[in-house]
Write a protein that binds this ligand. Structure first.
Ligand SMILES: [Zn+2]
Length: 83
């Protein structure tokens, strides 16, 4: 859901998972998990989003949702040691 990134969060609250799928990773937030519920505005329409806490963080950070099709991402090599 690419449009998700354009959604403007209005209200947010947390609670137990209610069985709704996470809007970020598409995995159902189980009842034993914390669910973040976000009231957001997208294209002048109100919608409610459900996230795992970590998915909410990722969404807020502007990260892309995980794709179902695995893409080959070039691995970033870190600079080796001081020097
Ligand atoms: Zn999630």
């Amino acid at each position: 859901m690419a449009a998700l990134r354009r959604a403007i969060p209005l209200k947010m609250w947390g609670g137990k998972g209610c069985g709704a799928p996470c809007d970020f990773c598409r995995v159902v937030v189980s009842e034993s998990d914390i669910e973040y519920e976000i009231e957001a505005e997208l294209d002048h329409q109100r919608l409610t989003l459900h996230f795992h806490p970590r998915c909410h963080d990722a969404w807020k950070a502007g990260l892309e949702p995980p794709r179902e099709e695995a893409e080959t991402v070039p691995s970033v090599k870190q600079a080796a040691g001081p020097g």
